[in-house]
Design a protein around this ligand. Structure first.
Ligand code: ADP
Length: 227
């Protein structure tokens, strides 16, 4: 085992049944994401990026092999245990922000903390701090519909790390933004990861952004390989 690995995939297999066809997406996939690093996941559409992120993030179970989070084997845990680990230790960001439209930016970031049982004041202070890190402190009281696409994604990233997870998993977080905005949002995400000692795995089609990350991996024959 890697000493400083936050997330490890060990010989993971993932297959889907599509009609009479058996689709093999992950086939003996090994991977380690270390503390403090930002890794780009670059592969064509349909290659299995979402499958990999969902498996690493305990949303899907591996058909074989195991996912190890901070040294703890999670493959065979109950759904209840997996949900609890997801809530506390894993942050997700998607291409579309999925913010709650009726709530302000700061309330959206407070929400997961309140669900976890934090007091309102603590949750609000943490949310305000995260908005500042993401350089949108002035937008705290705005609803998602009043924010630009880049601002919405910044709020979504802040929400994903609100409970100080071990790892941030992002599925094309800037895929819906123009290149310049994407660059700024990535810059803010990077600053957040660096200052918090988080680890991040980020699926992206943007080669310029991928080039700014610590290393790049892709999927080949069901395996995760550096490139
Ligand atoms: P990517 O994120 O790289 O676009 P996905 O992980 O979403 O790729 O999908 C990889 C392949 O697995 C695709 O061919 C997709 O159709 C298939 N797939 C994904 N989820 C399922 C599922 N629940 N059932 C059947 N096939 C699936």
């Amino acid at each position: 085992m890697m000493a400083d690995a936050i997330v490890e995939l060990r010989s993971v297999e993932r297959h889907y049944q599509q009609g009479t066809k058996r689709l093999t997406i992950l086939n003996g996939a090994d991977f380690a994401l270390r503390r403090g690093e930002i890794v780009a996941l670059v592969a064509p559409s349909g290659a299995g990026k979402s499958t990999l992120l969902h498996t690493a993030g305990l949303l899907e179970r591996p058909d074989a092999g195991d996912v190890v989070l901070a040294g703890r084997a999670c493959g065979r845990l109950s759904d209840e245990d997996r949900t609890a680990i997801r809530r506390n230790d894993i942050g997700f960001v998607y291409q579309f922000h999925h913010l709650l439209p009726e709530f302000s930016a700061i309330e959206n970031i407070m929400m997961p903390q309140l669900v976890r049982g934090l007091a309102v004041k603590e949750a609000r202070d943490r949310a305000a701090q995260l908005l500042d890190y993401m350089k949108i402190g002035k937008r705290a009281e705005h609803r998602p519909s009043e924010l630009s696409g880049g601002e919405q994604q910044r709020v979504a990233i802040a929400r994903a790390v609100a409970n100080a997870p071990l790892v941030l998993l992002a599925d094309e977080p800037t895929g819906n933004l123009d290149p310049v905005t994407a660059g700024y949002v990535f810059e803010a995400l990077e600053a957040l990861v660096r200052q918090s000692g988080l680890a991040a795995l980020i699926a992206t089609h943007n080669h310029e952004l991928a080039g700014r990350m610590d290393r790049r991996v892709t999927l080949a024959d069901g395996k995760i390989v550096d490139f």
